[in-house]
Structures are given as structure tokens and as C-alpha cells.
Design a protein around this ligand. Structure first.
Ligand code: 7RM
Length: 651
């Protein structure tokens, strides 16, 4: 048995309204099909044309070079600069005084930076970095709150060719130590603190703790954000307002090779050591910008808001680079979605008249749990398009998102991609095709996804299995930083002969060719020879009114090989009983079939998640099996959740 069983039946489809279609960049399935065919038959032509829309100091010689596969290069011979394309390029157009960033801090302070002002700040920051000794090629670590200076610092790094490595501001000192060492980073940009749920997260103090183990770090640039007390180490630490304010606003963008490193972003591997995903300049630029334009159907008059943290790849590509490269207006919010109350996001939508809104399923499930009264008491009529990313979205949450947030009128783009892919690979295009709850959709231009069996047999038609990408695309990762072997091993060794990129996800392709992602292959459960994805069992659980969220994992089972253990959180005002366990087990059996009936239901207060909302099933597997936690936990958002889970499960 090599395929993953697909069990949930979804028959609803939703078409964009005539009004949406009329203004969309791509207005019909035929138009998409035509462009897609061209992108596959003539990738060099397609991507070459796409690249023409950017500024090049020198045009490329070759679009794609496969000679050193799987170390592909794109736009070789070209010279460009992503910062220049995100900022400078707009200054000679009417967009000069258009809002680039609209920012709101958690306490309610706000700032708007026009493209011109952003340019000024970026240039000053870039000069300040140079004065600290940062040179082209040096890796700069960013550990910052969600403030405009984070975007400014990223763009400043890109401007001078110093790759950045952003570490999410919720991670621990240990996470900083590992990443600073791995990237051999000598420069850090941080802040005194940032606001989260009404309190100050002391970022600088965490950096100080980390740097006791990082003697190689030479300079720390510190932004004053929260005014909390910090210690400044003489000779090492410099205030942002001293260095940046004093710096000149004249800093030409470096003419960088297409393959010049742009950033490293660490993701947790299944074993201890995090993987440093390396992206380079030109291919990433073209991929992030083209997907931004078509998937979010960006128009000049749009106010676009992606709620992700910039410490996640989603923030890199779809708050900063892809969005600004299109000259669009990007909203950025510093704090928690439920501070001071669960209506905060909807206040922001109403206040800035947000048109395009992009968030994660975990947030959508939380909003649904907090109650319809919060969105319903705000004016959300400006919204015209919704997006989701990060995990499979259960149809239940999808319908809620459509009805309550989208007022039944906004298309939803369910965008599948990875840190490794740099930009969205599978999605619907909102004006061109119908959507189905829980289904990501069709490949973006130039992307060739394929469902294959464990043995590498292509499975065409309606089928589930491993998801691979058959051909390279511009914004793909170039390697794992400092570890080419591991790059080949993780992504290209399973199907080395065919040269396919292994996504690590399982997927189902339906009768219309739509791809439904059924979760990480590591999470697949094998019950008596039946391979079950976790997503469908979780969706079945969440469709019961008693359940807020569910995470399903396998555990060793004498007879079946693996048994199914479901961790289930319930609404705060409900205390579940033993009877409820039976009710939920039977509910799953009824929705999917007896084979998927959980052997165990464990009620819990909260599930362990990463900051981007991904459930860390790996950790739950350890608990279900009664083991100590092994492997990397640095990306866990809230450590107390694990402690509580252990308590609940020992009791
Ligand atoms: C963008 C991002 C990547 C993994 C990926 C999937 C899961 C992401 C979706 C999704 C179902 C989606 N980068 N994933 N988007 N699963 N539907 N629309 O999340 O590197 O942090 O994670 O996330 O498993 O492989 S990531």
C-alpha cells in the first residue's frame, strides 16, 4: 500500500462574482490555461518576459542553467538589486508619494511610510550598517519586533548585498545561538523590546543572553521601541537612533549578480539542526513579485494586509518583497490578534479599508472560536479577496472565513508553498477559477506538480500520494546554507534519477486537477496497512461542535501497527466528559469510516504550535508514545503548552 487514502468528500464549489472577474488580472480559466501552457512549453520565454518587468543594471545571458543540477541558477550574467526594484524604481513614477507601508503598533500608534520616505530610511540604514563594518556578503541577523524598521533593515541589507537571517522575535536565546553560529553572523539588529498582548517582550535581553555564547558577534544595532531598560555593551552595542539618524541618505544600490545570496531563513528540521534555507536575488524577486500580482490580484488602489510575522517566509515574500516590488501598499501590524480584544484585526480592516487580507488557518479557527460578534460589529465591506496559508484549512473554517469575513462575496485563495519554494506554487487564481473548501487548486505558472507513489510511479488522474515538483522554478531555494550535501539529500535524493524536488507533503488530485494538500508525509499514520493523512481526521473532528482544534498522531499499537491518538481542544466554557470521547470517536467513524476512528481522544487546553500556527505533531507523537521529547523545539511558540500537555497526560 503506497498511496495515502483520501476519504473526505467535498462537493461544494464557488465561483468569483462577475464584478470580481471584470477587474481581475486573469479573468478566465482559458486565459490561465493559455499562460500556463506557455510557461511549461517555453519556460525560458515565460520567465524571461516576466523578468523584463524589473530593473536590471545588466541583462542576463541565460534564463535557467541546469548544468549543475540540482544546483540550478537563474538569470545568470544579469545584475540587479531587489531593494532597488522594491523601492527606487517607484520614485520616478506617480507612486513616489504612495504609501508603501502602513503600520500599526499594538498600543495603537501608527506610521505611514511613502515609497520616498521608505527610500530615505533604507538608505540611511544601509549607510549605518556600512559604518558598523558590514560588507557585501556578510550575514546580518535580525531579531526584531514587527515594526517598520524591520522592513527597513531587510531592504537595507538587500541594498548592500548583505544577506539577512531573520529570527522570529518569540524564539529563545538558544535559537539565536544556533542560527548565529550556523550563518557565521557577526552583526545583529534588534530592539529593546516589542509589544505582544499588552506586555513588552525584552528582545535585547534575550540577545545579550545568546551572545554570551557567540563571541564572534562584533556589533549589535539596537532600535528603541518599547523604552524598556536595556544594557548597552560598550564597543559592541549601538543605538539605531544614533547610527541611522546620523547616516547619509545617499546610498546607491549595489549592482548584484542574479545569484547573489539574498537571505537565509531557518526552518526546523525533523532532527536537531535547523535548516538554513538560502534564497538568492533575481529568481526570488521574479517569483515573489509575479505570484503577488496574480494570486492577490494586486491593483494600485488596493490596501493589502498579510497578518504573518516577518520572521516567517510568508512575511518575507508577501509583506515585504513581493508586495513592494509591485508598488503596492502593505499593511503591517505589530501585535496579537486579540489585543485589547478579539476584534483587533477587524478594527484594522475597517480603519484602513483593507481590500486584500491574507492569514493562516490557525488564526481563522481562533476567530471562529472567539465568536461572530467581533467581525460582525465591524465594517468589513472593503474586503474583496481573502487568502490562507500555512496548513491545510478544514472546510469548516473555510466556510466560516467565506461567510463571516468575506460576506459571501470574496474569493478565497488557499496558497500552498514552503520556505523552500520562496513563493506560492499551488493556488487558485481568484478571477480565473472556482474554489473548493480545503483544496489549494492548480499549479502557478511554470510549476509542474506531480503525485507519485512511494516507488516514484507517476499517478495521474484522481489520486493521492507524494507531492513532487518536476522542474525547477526561479524562486526555489539554492541550497541549505553551508551544507550542499544535506540539500541534495533532503530534497533530491529520493527521486534522484528523475530529478524531482520532494516537497515532503502528501496530496490528493481531484477530478478537476485540483490539488488538496493532506499534510506532511512524516505525519501520515499507518493503521493496519491503511495510510491515513492527519488532515482529514482532524477536519472530521473539527466539524463537531464540541471541538475547536484537533491534532491527530499515530502511536505504536500491537495489532494495528499504529493506533490513532487525537489531541482535542474544546471551547473554554466546556468541561468534556468520558462520554464525549465516545461521541467524537463515533463522529469520525461516521464522517470518514471505521478505519479512521481514533483509539484515544485526549482533551487538552492548547496544542503545541509554531509561530506560523503549524501544529507540531512531532512533539505530540512523543507524548502519545510516552517518550521524552526529542529533536528541535526552538520553533515552538509557547513552551508552557508542552509542560501543560505533559501534566495532562501524566494525570
Ligand atoms: C508558506 C509556509 C511549509 C509547509 C508545507 C505544508 C504546509 C503551507 C499550505 C500548507 C496545506 C496550504 N512555509 N502548508 N501552506 N498545507 N495548504 N495552503 O507555510 O515552510 O513554513 O511551511 O506548510 O505542509 O510543506 S513553511
Amino acid at each position: 500500500m503506497s498511496s495515502i487514502e483520501h476519504v473526505l468528500e467535498e462537493t461544494r464549489t464557488f465561483h468569483p462574482t462577475a464584478d470580481f472577474v471584470e477587474h481581475a488580472h486573469i479573468q478566465s480559466r482559458e486565459e490561465y490555461d493559455e499562460m500556463y501552457k506557455h510557461s511549461i512549453n517555453d519556460p525560458d520565454g515565460f520567465w524571461g518576459d516576466a523578468a523584463e518587468n524589473f530593473h536590471w543594471f545588466k541583462k542576463w545571458d541565460t534564463v535557467l542553467n541546469k548544468d549543475a543540477a540540482p544546483f540550478y541558477t537563474w538569470f545568470e550574467g544579469g545584475k540587479t538589486n531587489l531593494c532597488y526594484n522594491c523601492v527606487d524604481r517607484h520614485l520616478t513614477t506617480w507612486r513616489k508619494n504612495k504609501a508603501a507601508l502602513i503600520w500599526e503598533g499594538e498600543p495603537g500608534d501608527t506610521r505611514t511610510l511613502t515609497y520616498q520616505e521608505l527610500h530615505r530610511q533604507v538608505c540611511k540604514c544601509a549607510n549605518a550598517l556600512k559604518s558598523l563594518g558590514v560588507k557585501m556578503g556578510d550575514c546580518v541577523t535580525l531579531y526584531m519586533p514587527m515594526v517598520p524598521e524591520l522592513a527597513i533593515a531587510m531592504l537595507a541589507c538587500a541594498r548592500i548585498g548583505a544577506p539577512h537571517s531573520i529570527i522570529f522575535g518569540g524564539f529563545s536565546a538558544n535559537a539565536i545561538v544556533d542560527r548565529v553560529h550556523d550563518a557565521d553572523s557577526k552583526f545583529i539588529i534588534t530592539a529593546d523590546g516589542g509589544y505582544r498582548r499588552g506586555s513588552v517582550v525584552p528582545l535585547k535581553a534575550t540577545v545579550d543572553e545568546a551572545l554570551e555564547k557567540c563571541p564572534g558577534v562584533e556589533k549589535v544595532l539596537v532600535l528603541k521601541r518599547a523604552d524598556n531598560a536595556v544594557e548597552m555593551k560598550e564597543g559592541r552595542d549601538i543605538w539605531w537612533h544614533d547610527a541611522v539618524d546620523a547616516a547619509s541618505a545617499d546610498c546607491p544600490a549595489e549592482e548584484l549578480d542574479s545569484e547573489h545570496p539574498l537571505f537565509i531563513l531557518y526552518t526546523s528540521g525533523s532532527t536537531g539542526k535547523p535548516k538554513g534555507i538560502l534564497h538568492t536575488t533575481a529568481g526570488y524577486m521574479v517569483g515573489a513579485a509575479l505570484t503577488s500580482k496574480y494570486v492577490f490580484d494586486l491593483r494600485d488602489e488596493d490596501t493589502y494586509w498579510c497578518t504573518a510575522d516577518i520572521g516567517w517566509v510568508t512575511g518575507h515574500s508577501y509583506i515585504v518583497y513581493g508586495i513592494l516590488a509591485n508598488g503596492a501598499t502593505s499593511v503591517m501590524y505589530e501585535g496579537a490578534p486579540n489585543h485589547p480584544d478579539p476584534g483587533r484585526f477587524w478594527d484594522i480592516v475597517e480603519k484602513y479599508k483593507v481590500n486584500v487580507f491574507y492569514t493562516a488557518p490557525t488564526a481563522i479557527r481562533a476567530f471562529a472560536k472567539w465568536g461572530d460578534e467581533h467581525p460582525k460589529s465591524r465594517d468589513l465591506s472593503s474586503l474583496r479577496l481573502l487568502g490562507t496559508v500555512g496548513e491545510p484549512i478544514n472546510p469548516e473554517a473555510w466556510m466560516w472565513y467565506r461567510d463571516v469575513i468575506g460576506g459571501g462575496r470574496c474569493p478565497i485563495v488557499d496558497t500552498w508553498w514552503q520556505t523552500e519554494t520562496g513563493s506560492i506554487l499551488i493556488t487558485t487564481l481568484p478571477g480565473a477559477m472556482a474554489t473548493k473548501p480545503g483544496s489549494a487548486g492548480l499549479p502557478f505558472f511554470g510549476i509542474q506538480p506531480q503525485i507519485v507513489s512511494e516507488e516514484g510511479e507517476p499517478e495521474d488522474g484522481m489520486h493521492s500520494g507524494l507531492l513532487v515538483i518536476k522542474e525547477p522554478w526561479p524562486s526555489m531555494l539554492r541550497t541549505l546554507y553551508g551544507d550542499d550535501e544535506r540539500y541534495k539529500e533532503v530534497y533530491f535524493s529520493k527521486f534522484a534519477e528523475q530529478g524531482w524536488y520532494l516537497t515532503g507533503d502528501g496530496a490528493f488530485r481531484d477530478k478537476d486537477g485540483y490539488f488538496m494538500i493532506i499534510g506532511r508525509l512524516d505525519d501520515v499514520i499507518n493503521v493496519s496497512g491503511h495510510r491515513l493523512g492527519t488532515m482529514e481526521i482532524e477536519s472530521a473532528l473539527v466539524s463537531h461542535e464540541l471541538v475547536v482544534e484537533a491534532a491527530v498522531v499515530g502511536f505504536p499499537h500491537e495489532i494495528k501497527g499504529q493506533g490513532i491518538c487525537a489531541f482535542v481542544s474544546v471551547p473554554a466554557d466546556i468541561t468534556p466528559t468520558d462520554d464525549d470521547m465516545g461521541v467524537l470517536r463515533n463522529h469520525v467513524a461516521k464522517e470518514i469510516g471505521a478505519i479512521a476512528k481514533p483509539d484515544q481522544i485526549r482533551f487538552t487546553e492548547a496544542l503545541p504550535k509554531t509561530r506560523s500556527g503549524k501544529i507540531m505533531r512531532r512533539l505530540l507523537r512523543d507524548i502519545a508514545a510516552g517518550r521524552e521529547t526529542t529533536g528541535d523545539t526552538t520553533t515552538l511558540e509557547d513552551f508552557s503548552v508542552m509542560a501543560k500537555l505533559r501534566e495532562e497526560n501524566e494525570a
